[in-house]
Write a protein that binds this ligand. Structure first.
Ligand code: ADP
Length: 479
């Protein structure tokens, strides 16, 4: 079934300058569909359409925006099984994970449907008698939304929903590798009755479409999630013209396991955080920092557990871990497993390419032990089912190692000590801290984001999303 999927620009479905195949990583003979690729001119047409639509959308009724976002949310929830299957088929996470992601996207749209009605300002007494001061929020303008492949519907949802909620017009470029879920979401937004030009979908390469979305002066802000290298390159171009920026760029997230931890909780948190969704989450636990007193018991228990995980077709019943997203990512994972071993770590489990009934990018989840925090495999983001165990002597060393990283997205601790848990929450240099929970897996209605090299600009999600998608105005009146 080679359905043709077009861009949505200025209220019309339009073909691209070329078409690109969307391939199932569980079965590379399965072509999910063909998706349009745009050139720079098409991206610029979409930006122009968004610019033209902006004044009317910025002035639109908040009730209309609320109704539209709520309708999109409902449509996603009604179609969760079908869209979850499409997502698992194109990205490789398991079917339950795919359905869960679609549900999350639906909930996000419904949340921002409500938020459209709750955008209040402030009236503040002036220091000068007789004058009124009002602080209000206005839409940012035209926003470019550039998303990665690892959450093909949730990340677009958590950027597009607040953008539209607060009165912005959108030009959306999904990742080249997974346009299917993004296209389905776009169709839902169109069918919900979005006015022409307010929302535009332009698919294609980052270097072509993405670059136009970043450098065009008619774009007021860019919300990007992706790799560190792309984020840095894009930021330099955006800052050169003073565009507003929001970047999420990954992590090297620590999970600290103290000697007093409950062992089953530690194993659950580590397995979930390191390997679920094939480790392809920016919040994945890639550094397992383990106290010397529990180290051997933990390594034995996690190895036994990882050995039982079923790596197979993302759509097959009972699969725990689907394939790696594509050949390039598989190569990167294997390269880093080799790097870790050459630097002195031991491969305690997995790390080999697996053959399954259908040809896909299957990798046995890898556990490196006897790792140090100085190894490249402990410092650079791998973005696959690969975790390193780093042994530490006590809590103080664990905390120091956890914070000794260029990243700061998420950090976890498994402990039964209230004192250590409380201290870790305060002293961790991460944007999100988890106690007795995996580093990955967050709520949809609270802020998401990190520190240091992980993030730049205001937080995403929940009410904090308005910091990026609105601008503040302070008005003074002498009645
Ligand atoms: P990942 O491979 O993890 O998705 P990337 O940073 O390569 O991370 O890609 C994230 C998003 O950024 C994708 O939609 C990609 O097409 C886009 N992108 C890549 N290069 C550029 C660029 N030079 N300018 C703008 N966007 C880009």
């Amino acid at each position: 079934m080679n359905d043709l999927h077009h861009h949505y620009i200025a209220g019309e479905w339009v073909g691209g300058v070329e078409m690109s195949k969307n391939i199932n990583p569980s079965d590379v003979s399965d072509v999910i569909g063909e998706y349009a690729h745009a050139d720079r001119a098409q991206a610029e047409t979409a930006i122009a359409a968004a610019r033209n639509a902006f004044p009317a959308w910025a002035a639109s009724s908040v009730q209309d925006r609320a109704n539209l976002l709520d309708a999109v949310g409902n449509a996603l929830l009604v179609r969760k099984d079908e869209l979850g299957r499409l997502l698992a088929r194109e990205e490789g996470k398991t079917l339950p994970e795919g359905v869960g992601e679609v549900v999350r996207a639906g909930q996000i749209f419904k949340f921002f449907g409500g938020e459209a009605l709750r955008l209040a300002g402030e009236k503040i007494p002036s220091v000068r008698p007789g004058i009124d001061v009002e602080v209000t929020r206005e839409p940012l303008g035209v926003v470019s939304i550039i998303t990665p492949w690892n959450f093909p519907i949730a990340i677009p949802a958590w950027k597009i929903a607040p953008a539209l909620c607060y009165g912005n017009c959108v030009v959306f470029k999904p990742a080249d590798l997974v346009p299917g879920s993004a296209w389905a979401l776009s169709e839902i937004i169109v069918k919900a009755g979005i006015p022409s030009g307010v929302f535009n979908l332009v698919m294609g390469r980052g270097s072509v479409v993405g670059d136009a979305l970043v450098t065009d002066r008619r774009v007021d802000g860019i919300s990007f999630t992706g790799s560190v290298a792309t984020g840095h390159a894009l930021a330099a171009k955006a800052i050169a013209r003073m565009a507003k920026l929001q970047l999420e760029m990954g992590g090297k997230n620590p999970l600290v396991i103290l000697d007093d931890a409950d062992l089953p909780t530690a194993v659950n948190c580590a397995v979930n955080g390191a390997y679920f969704s094939t480790g392809q989450r920016c919040t994945a636990s890639s550094r397992l920092i383990v106290g010397a007193g529990i180290h051997d018991r933990f390594v034995t228990a996690i190895t036994e557990r990882v050995g039982k995980l079923k790596v197979d077709d993302a759509l097959a019943a009972g699969t725990d871990i689907g394939p790696v997203v594509d050949e390039n990512q598989l190569k990167q994972d294997l390269d880093y497993i080799g790097v870790g071993q050459r630097e002195g770590a031991s491969l305690a489990w997995g790390g080999e390419v697996l053959q399954r009934e259908k040809k896909g990018h299957y990798l046995a989840p890898a556990l490196l032990t006897e790792a140090t925090n100085a190894m490249r495999s402990s410092r650079e983001e791998i973005f696959g089912p690969v975790a390193s165990v780093i042994r530490v002597k006590d809590y103080d060393e664990a905390l120091a190692v956890a914070n000794d990283t260029d990243f700061g997205l998420s950090a976890g601790i498994v402990t039964t000590s209230l004192r250590h848990a409380s201290h870790f929450k305060r002293a961790s240099q991460a944007g999100m801290v988890m106690v007795n929970l995996p580093t990955a897996g967050v709520d949809y209605h609270v802020p998401f984001g990190g520190r240091k090299g992980s993030s730049y600009g205001p937080r995403e999600q929940g009410r904090y999303a308005r910091e990026f998608f609105t601008v503040v105005k302070t008005a003074y009146t002498l009645p």
